[in-house]
Write a protein that binds this ligand. Structure first.
Ligand code: HGY
Ligand code: MN
Ligand code: MN
Length: 418
């Protein structure tokens, strides 16, 4: 392989920064932080902006049945499989300005950089803004990339939110075609490789002083919903040992979730992200509560073992309290290793730019986990200040973004020559 002439590839980080700041300002002003949740009005408005930005960058654009915004920069050989890159522009509620956006704006900047340097790839370059990467009210994450990978199922469309509305109906109301979305998988032969630029969303790179992360694998995610049913009683007259307190059972379960996560031998974490209870009153023993928890690890066996241990312990403890519990287990995604060839290519690109890099796991889920169904997958991380993400404090310095998009552009060149 001839060393790509990186001197000609000089992404305009200031232009990319301006894009990030402009897109991230299209939010739900009634919510704190930066909220652009899937299927929301701000999200719909932001997609028009992204579509125009892709077109302005010389990409041929389309929107598929699942709502993915797809930009295409034609290559020299129309028969060659495509090189795909992208990420997402939806956010969690009260999120930040960099999660996902960096990968979409970075991909658009890389496309501009290639054209401005007069570089024509052999393969088409496909840039995707995947619909709905964040876990939504239906409990489904990565809606768009699942559809492209052929793993969005009818069961996902039937999932209902707390108002009893299905995800399929919500997608249709958003102008999408849910029934086509579950049968629109791309042909794996049409994909040469997939590479995604993303903020690390954790503290590893900053702590170690590394500028670039070469992702080794993406954590698997198991989710658990436990609904506790106790007995309402008078809070003043019911002896402590004669209660069936649903809220105490939920609290005990939350501590079980935490304890199992603290014992992980490799990258493994557990979180109870939400608890709900009934009407609630000072003077009534609670008779109902629900917890929503998740378990993540890059180690498949620890992940399944932890899920089993947590479910068993919750059931045992609830029974001791005379509290009923219904546990719903949901596999969001399995752990997915990045292709070694992709890791090597990203590392070589970073090294050729004189950037110090480290191999790191991703505790966060990504569209890349599903795109791995179609071809060799890789990810490039840039540091998150203080390791913070999914919060308004999320921040990545422009110089780190500059390095990230330089590595992305150099990686695209290398992948094309491979
Ligand atoms: O939840 C995640 O890990 C990702 O940020 N959607
Ligand atoms: Mn993300
Ligand atoms: Mn996220």
């Amino acid at each position: 392989m001839t060393e790509p002439d990186l001197a000609t590839l000089s992404p305009d980080a200031e232009r990319m920064w301006a894009d990030i700041m402009e897109l991230s300002s299209i939010v739900d002003d009634a919510s704190p932080g930066w909220s652009r949740e899937v299927f929301s009005e701000p999200y719909k408005a932001s997609r028009e902006w992204t579509l125009a930005r892709m077109r302005g960058a010389g990409l041929e654009t389309s929107i598929d049945a699942a709502g993915n915004i797809v930009g295409r920069l034609p290559g020299l050989d129309p028969n060659a499989p495509s090189i795909v890159t992208g990420s997402h522009t939806d956010t969690v509620h009260s999120g930040g300005r960099f999660d996902g956006i960096v990968g979409v704006m970075g991909a658009i900047e890389a496309a501009r950089t290639l054209q401005e340097s007069g570089t024509r790839l052999t393969s088409d370059l496909i840039v995707v803004d995947f619909l709905g990467e964040e876990a939504n009210d239906f409990g489904v994450s990565c809606v768009g990339s699942r559809a492209i990978a052929g793993v969005l199922e009818p069961g996902h469309l039937q999932r209902k939110n707390r108002d009893g509305v299905s995800m399929g109906d919500t997608m249709a109301a958003f102008g999408l075609d849910p029934h086509a979305a579950v049968s629109m998988a791309w042909n794996p032969r049409s994909v040469k490789s997939y590479i995604e630029l993303h903020v690390e969303q954790g503290p590893m790179l900053e702590t170690a002083g590394n500028e670039i992360g070469v992702v080794t694998s993406i954590a698997g995610i198991e989710r658990l919903m436990a609904v506790f049913t106790g007995r309402a009683d008078h809070a003043g007259t019911t002896p402590m040992d004669q209660r069936a307190d649903a809220l105490i059972a939920a609290a005990e379960a939350i501590l079980t979730v935490e304890r199992v996560g603290c014992g992980a031998p490799v990258h493994g974490v557990t979180t109870t992200g939400k608890i709900a209870t009934g009407q609630g009153a000072f003077n009534v023993v609670p008779d109902s509560s629900t917890i929503w928890a998740e378990i993540r690890s890059i180690d498949p066996s620890w992940l399944t073992g932890a899920r089993r241990r947590i479910a068993e312990q919750i059931a045992t403890d609830a029974a001791k309290r005379g509290v009923g519990v219904a546990i719903d287990l949901l596999n969001d995604q399995d752990p997915v290793p990045a292709a070694q060839s992709m890791q090597d290519t990203v590392a070589a690109a970073a090294g050729s730019l004189g950037l110090n890099w480290a191999a790191v796991p991703s505790g966060a889920g990504h569209d890349a986990a599903h795109m791995a169904h179609l071809g060799p997958m890789g990810m490039i991380f840039v540091p998150s200040r203080g390791g913070r993400s999914h919060c308004p404090e999320e921040w990545t310095d422009i110089n780190h973004l500059r390095s990230g998009v330089q590595v992305l552009a150099a990686t695209l060149m290398r992948l094309d020559q491979a």
